[in-house]
Structure formats: C-alpha cells, structure tokens
Write a protein that binds this ligand. Structure first.
Ligand code: PMP
Length: 317
C-alpha cells in the first residue's frame, strides 16, 4: 500500500532557478503510522497514513499554497518582479513566501505576531523578509488586521491574503488530494486535517469527495482559543477565513494541547517521526477517527517537522 516516491531525479538534477525550486513542491511521501495504530489496538483492516509535508523545500505544507498564490498572481499580471508581496502569517506561510520571493525577485513584507518563535523570526530574516511585528495579545487576527491596513495604504503592493485567496485551497485540490488518491490506490476512506486558513482541509476534501463521494472528512481544531497548536485556529472565536466553508466537514474534532504534546513524543520515540505540534494533533484526531472504524484507510497531513518547536519544554519530559 505504501508507495515510495522516487525523488532522486528532481533532487540531483536541479539548479537554483525559480522553476526548479517550484518543481520541488509536493509529491511528499505518504507514511504508514504502524506503531501508533498498534498502540491504539486498531483492527488489522484499519490503517493510518500521513503526508510528510516537511519534505517541501521550505519545510512545510505551506509551500503548496504560497506557490499557487504566487503563480496565479503572476499569470493574471497582479505580481511582477520587483514588486512587494504582503501578507499576514504566523510563520510557515511567511517562510514559504520568503523563499519563493527571494528566488523570484519579490520583496516580501509580513505582518506577524511579535511572540512568533525565535526560530521562525530568524528563518524569515535569513531569507531577507521584512517583518512588521504585531500585538502578541491579538494573535493571527491582529496580524491580519495590520496587513489589511498596510494593503489599503500601499495599493502598489500585491496583497496575497491567504485567508481569502482561493488559490490557497486550490493548491491542495490540484496536488495534495491527487497525491493521496494515487498513493493509496484509491483506498482512502477518511481524511483528517487541522484548520488554520483551512486551505489544506478545503482543497483536499473537495477533490477527494469528487473522486470518492463516500469519503468522510474530519476537520480538527484546538479545544480553546488559548492553545499551543501553532498554525491552527479555534474557529468559534477567531475571524473566520473567507475560504472556509464549514458545511464541507462531515465531523469536527477538537484536540487538547497536552494530547498533541504527548503524541509528538510518541511519534518521535516510537515511529522515529519528529513532527510539529499541529502534526501531532492531526494524528490524535486521525486515531480517534480510526477507532470508530472496522475497516478503512485514514489519511492525515503532517504540516511540518519538530525543528521549529525545539524550545518547547515538553520534549524534555
Ligand atoms: N499547521 C501548521 C504548523 C501551519 O503552519 C498551518 C498553516 N497555518 C496549518 C497547520 C494549517 O494549514 P491551513 O492554513 O492550510 O489550514
């Protein structure tokens, strides 16, 4: 069932041109989580798989959305070399914009909460992005409001607006979903993903449901507005992204930060998978879905690896 993607050709025959970098996006491995399934005592006919999105060139799932947003803007003439790309981001999307911006000749300006982790800020600075630090108490919604103000003041900027830009979810419609379908040989029965902008969940679910109308899609979110699941939104209290359509989810599961920390440790120590906190939370939700099945193939998405979260104390416990 597990399909190995041959990355050898693209990895060894590339250069640093913008299109070579773009060719590295997607086609990430689909990993079977055997130890987690064993630990949950799942029936033999229930399997859990996960897309390892840190294989993307800037290290997260957001390369897919950033690339599609940039390409769509280039094709429609809204973005030209030398221009400034502006958006708000809590981290990964900014890192993806900063990478593509550097390679394609755009100035990248990002509004982000001032309490973003040191690792994220240092990475953004390494790529040469300009950072506008916003009130940490207002979180990603505060950063979004600042970006909207900057966009209004600077009509010559390209405001990428990841929360409302359909090219975000369309990236997953055209790539992530088709990869999951091919890598499971069409066996996927359940899809689980966390909600940030909701691009990953919306695009992947829409496409998978056209391929298998019986597919059950579960959206995962933190259990409270104050949580440690970086990159995810508590939809009931956050500004609802324009691209989010809650009717698409067949079920919504909430995950507590402590459960995610514990799963991050389990994945590192039992599966050898060093993943980020939202990835661990996605696996918590995937296991909960798998527990309700007698037979099935549950697929989830691991947005990034653990390197950006090394300063979290729970790793030492
Ligand atoms: N996890 C992490 C670590 C992220 O950075 C993001 C993006 N904000 C997500 C999950 C959620 O992805 P999406 O925006 O596609 O819903």
């Amino acid at each position: 069932m597990l399909q190995t993607i041959d990355r050898t050709v693209s990895a060894f025959q590339t250069d640093s041109s913008p299109d070579s970098l773009a060719a590295q996006v997607g086609n990430t491995p689909l990993l079977q989580l055997k130890k987690v399934a064993e630990g949950a005592s799942l029936p033999a006919a229930v399997n859990i798989y996960a897309k390892a999105e840190w294989f993307n060139p800037s290290g997260s799932v957001k390369d897919r959305a950033a690339l599609n947003i940039i390409r769509t803007a280039e094709w429609t003439g809204r973005l030209e070399p030398g221009m400034t790309l502006l958006d708000s981001t809590s981290g990964n999307m900014g890192i993806a914009y900063a990478m593509f911006g550097a390679a394609r000749g755009y100035h990248v300006t990002l509004a982000l909460p001032a309490n973003a982790s040191r690792e994220r800020i240092a990475t953004l600075e390494a790529y040469g992005a300009e950072l506008i630090k916003t009130d940490p108490l207002e979180g990603s919604d505060g950063a979004m409001r600042v970006a909207q103000e900057l966009a209004a003041e600077n009509p010559d900027y390209f405001y990428a607006d990841q929360y409302n830009n359909p090219a975000n979810w369309q990236a997953h419609y055209h790539t992530t979903a088709n990869e999951i379908w091919a890598q499971t040989n069409g066996a996927v029965t359940d899809f689980v993903a966390g909600l940030g902008t909701s691009g990953t969940f919306m695009g992947t679910t829409r496409r998978l449901k056209t391929l298998n109308p019986e597919l059950v899609a579960t959206a995962m979110q933190p259990d409270s507005p104050f949580n440690g699941l970086e990159g995810l939104k508590h939809m009931a209290t956050a500004i609802k992204p324009g691209i989010y359509d809650e009717t698409l989810a067949d079920a919504i599961r909430t995950v507590r930060t402590e459960e995610a920390y514990q799963m991050a440790q389990t994945l590192a120590r039992r599966e050898g998978l060093f993943v980020g906190i939202s990835a661990a939370a996605a696996v918590v939700a995937a296991v909960a879905v798998a527990r309700t099945l007698e037979t099935g193939t549950v697929v989830t998405v691991l947005p990034d690896n653990g390197l950006k979260y090394l300063s979290e104390r729970f790793w030492k416990e």
